[in-house]
Structure formats: structure tokens, C-alpha cells
Ligand binder design. Structure first.
Ligand code: GLN
Length: 467
């Protein structure tokens, strides 16, 4: 069964009919994972006998008459999402063998629906980054362009055909930029629609669990399984249990896309060309476009990094070697902290811990953190204004093509690539990444941002726009 060519529904039906059995499908997927991993460095851990045992259990459920919407389908999970069977490293060498005592709600839900976890995917140091370059295991290679970053290992896994879908985290764009670089579809859902219980979010305000897959249909099928209220994540209690379901498929001519006039000014010429071509093709397919003003991308990026670093600094305080982290021997409490934090936190995590502590210190709190909160509010209002007139907004994930794995332009260059993604994260709105074309051999995506809980509309439109 070719995972890239088939829908979740068709694949689950095939497994329920024993063609193939869950056992056979998972056995072959695990072999493929090992082979693909040698060249691309996608996985921190590949599941073994436990995945086979789970597949056998799914086959038994099928034999006893149970129908499951994800029966026997292989899922890959980013390694900052807890799964109590395999280790969860959070991208940190200090947590290499850490087995979480709990499993994330999103993972539990797909497993209840019959999915089988085949591997944990690589990520940056504590999830801080969108390139995997700061992973202690080394970067994941782009399946289309060797020598360049895949952005996210989950997207690489889907592009390489070793998972039916991936559950990934996205704080400021990791999932979306990965989908863009690997030519697959990615969804960052509305904040509050998917439980974050079991996600190690370095930024509590922006970290979200999303989905990467090969089609928009597959994305919405999985979203409907993982979304909804979870008593273990109080942030989900503010949302309704149901997504904003569409009773009928809207005609493309009834959809109006907001086109931020500022967008083009930030893009490299080749990216600009892709965006303009995509807009023209969408217009030819019937969508309406209206120029809109979103003027705060730069401020949003700065505010995102202030808030995300402040939260990372507070969240990482628990990795002190006493509650979490390595407990080294030390002669004083200060030495214990020093030893543990030096060995637990990688370079980027340390940078953000120190930066965040600085931002939250007396005097700086009002100067930076409080100002950033004001920008956050302004960004939300700016997006909300556009949705008074439009159904969606067109943006890109990045400004330019990725730099090669050997090239290091410094952390500010990496941070500045989040210009559009960070603003969308601040808005809390859902965003669907769609392949838009190719520059040389590089896949390039665009993101369609929707209003809250409009994922069904986004994926219905997205499924008809894939180029
Ligand atoms: N590049 C962004 C950051 O480093 C986003 C990372 C992410 O989404 N996990 O904060």
C-alpha cells in the first residue's frame, strides 16, 4: 500500500479488510523507516517490537468486529510529544533515555482510533528552532535537496513515505516551515482546539500540536480525531468540542482571500515570483483577492521572541537536576545547578534561558516584556480586522530558501525567518501550509490562515488548490 497515494479513510478500510493486515503494514513500514533513516536522519527512535505488538492488538480488535478510523496506520511523532512507550528526548542529550510516565492526549486519541506509533522524529534543542540544526543528533536532511535542511523531521518522514501522518509541535513555524521545505501539507490548528497535554512546549503561549500529511483530506480526518476538550489541558475548555463544521463544500468563487500588500516587500525575488504566480493561479481557479493591511510583522517577530524566550526561561527552571535533568554530584546547591544546567541545556536553550531571565528582570520587565504583550494584542486585533472582510489570508512560511547545512549565518538569521509564522502564532488562528511550487529543486509552500476553528473550510479549499 503506497501511503502517499491513498486517503486515511481508504487505508483504514483496507486494513479493516485485512488487505494488508496492520501487522504486515507496520512490519514493512518499520523496515522502510530504518532504511530511510540512514540517509536522512529523521528519527531519534524507531519503534520495534512494541509497534508490532500494537499492530497485532489492532488486528485482534478488527477480528472482533471493531471499525477504527485509523486502523493500523503508521504515525510518526515529534520527539517533544510524550509517548510512554518510547523515550522522549525533547531534542536534548540530557533526556536521551527519558521515558515519560504519561502519553500526550493527541497520541492517545490517534492510538484509540487504531494508529500505531512507528517512530519519534528529530527536533532542535528543546524544540527551539525550525531547522533541526541544533539537534544533538545532527540535522535531518531534506529528502528533495540533500545538503539542505528539511525544516522538520516529521515533514521529511511524510515526504519520504514512512508515515501516514505526523503529529508535530509548532510554536513559531517549525511544522509549517518543514511542510513548506518538504512539499507536504501541514496544519497548525486554532489555539485551544487540540490538547497540549504531554507536549513539552518551550513557549506555553505559542506551542501547539499540529498535523503533517500528504493531503488536506487526511489532515482534517486526523484533526477531527485529536481535537476537542481535554480535562488535562484547561486551555481547551474555552473552545467548543466541535470544529466549525461545514455543511456543504463552498464554491471557490465565494471565498475571499486577504492579500497583505506588505508581504511582497519582505520576500527574495524568487519567492516573490512564486507568491504572485500562486495568487494568479488561485484567481484563475475562481478565488477572489483583496489587498489588506497587516503592518506588524516586524514588531510581531520581536514580540514573539521576547515572550517565547521569557516563557522558555521560566519553563526551563525545572530542569535543575533535582526535579528533572541529570543529577550530578556537587558540593553546593549552586554547583549542582551550574553542573546540571550546563549539561542539560544546549546552546540555543541556554541562549533563551539567559535572554528570557534578562527580559523578566526588574526594570526590563516593563521595558520589554510588557511592551511585547501590547504588541501581541495589536497583532491579534489586526488579524481580526482582516477577517471582517475576508475568509482567509495568504502568506508564506519563510522569506527565502533554506541555507545549506554547512552554512551558519547565526541565530538572528534563523530567528528572522519566522517573520510571518510568528505573527500567525501570535494571532492564535489556524494555518494550512500548501505546496505552491518549486524554485530549482526546492519545494516552496504558502500558508492560508483562517479564522478561529475554520479548519474544515481551510482544508476543503486547500484540497482543491494543491498545485
Ligand atoms: N523557529 C521558531 C523558534 O525557534 C519556532 C520553533 C517551533 O515552532 N518549534 O522559536
Amino acid at each position: 500500500m503506497e501511503l502517499r497515494k491513498i486517503s486515511v479513510r481508504q487505508a483504514a478500510e483496507a486494513v479493516c479488510n485485512g488487505e494488508p493486515t496492520a501487522h504486515d503494514l507496520i512490519e514493512i513500514t518499520l523496515k522502510n523507516c530504518s532504511v530511510i533513516n540512514e540517509g536522512l536522519n529523521i528519527f531519534n527512535y524507531i519503534a520495534g517490537i512494541d509497534a508490532i505488538e500494537q499492530a497485532k492488538a489492532v488486528d485482534r480488535r478488527i477480528e472482533s468486529g471493531e471499525q477504527m478510523p485509523l486502523a493500523g496506520l503508521p504515525v510518526v511523532i515529534k520527539d517533544d510529544i510524550c509517548y510512554g512507550v518510547l523515550p522522549t528526548s525533547f531534542g536534548s542529550s540530557a533526556f536521551k533515555d527519558f521515558i515519560s510516565p504519561h502519553t500526550a492526549t493527541a497520541v492517545e486519541r490517534v492510538m484509540d482510533a487504531g494508529a500505531i506509533v512507528v517512530g519519534k522524529t528529530n527536533l532542535d534543542d528543546m524544540g527551539m528552532g525550525s531547522t533541526t540544526k541544533s539537534s544533538p543528533n545532527g540535522p535531518t536532511i531534506n529528502p528533495w535537496v540533500p545538503g539542505y535542511t528539511a525544516g522538520s523531521a516529521g515533514a521529511a518522514a511524510i515526504a519520504a513515505g514512512v508515515g501516514m501522518f505526523a503529529l508535530e509541535s509548532d510554536s513559531g513555524g517549525a511544522l509549517r516551515q518543514g511542510a513548506s521545505h518538504c512539499g507536504v501539507i501541514g496544519l497548525r490548528p486554532t489555539m485551544g482546539s487540540v490538547s497540549r497535554f504531554g507536549l513539552n512546549a518551550f513557549s506555553s503561549s505559542f506551542g501547539q500540536v499540529g498535523i503533517t500529511a500528504f493531503s488536506s483530506e487526511n489532515i482534517i480526518s486526523v484533526l477531527k480525531i485529536i481535537a476537542g476538550y481535554d480535562p488535562r489541558d484547561s486551555a481547551t475548555s474555552i473552545c467548543t468540542d466541535r470544529l466549525d463544521e461545514q455543511n456543504s463544500t463552498p464554491a471557490l468563487k465565494d471565498i475571499k482571500i486577504g492579500y497583505p500588500v506588505e508581504l511582497i516587500d519582505y520576500l527574495e525575488p524568487s519567492m516573490r515570483e512564486i507568491v504572485e504566480k500562486t495568487r494568479d493561479e488561485y484567481i484563475a481557479q475562481g478565488l477572489k483577492f483583496e489587498n489588506v493591511e497587516l503592518s506588524l510583522f516586524r514588531e510581531a517577530l520581536q514580540a514573539y521572541y521576547v515572550i517565547a524566550a521569557a516563557e522558555a526561561s521560566s519553563n526551563q527552571a525545572r530542569f535543575d537536576g533535582i526535579r528533572f535533568g541529570k543529577a550530578d554530584e556537587a558540593s553546593s546547591l549552586e554547583e549542582l545547578y551550574h553542573k546540571n544546567r550546563s549539561s542539560t541545556l544546549g546552546r540555543e536553550a541556554r541562549r533563551r534561558s539567559i535572554f528570557g531571565a534578562f527580559l523578566l528582570s526588574k526594570g526590563n520587565y516593563d521595558l520589554y516584556y510588557r511592551q511585547a504583550l501590547k504588541v501581541w494584542d495589536m497583532v491579534r486585533r489586526e488579524f481580526a480586522n482582516v477577517f471582517k472582510r475576508c475568509d482567509m489570508i495568504l502568506l508564506t512560511e519563510v522569506k527565502k530558501l533554506p541555507v545549506s547545512l554547512n552554512e551558519d549565518k547565526g541565530f538572528l538569521d534563523d530567528w528572522s525567518e519566522d517573520l510571518f509564522c510568528a505573527a500567525v502564532s501570535m494571532s492564535g488562528l489556524p494555518s494550512l501550509t500548501l505546496p505552491a511550487g518549486q524554485i530549482e529543486q526546492f519545494p516552496v509552500g504558502i500558508q492560508l490562515v483562517g479564522y478561529s476553528f475554520s479548519e474544515e473550510l481551510l482544508t476543503q479549499v486547500g484540497s482543491r488548490l494543491v498545485r
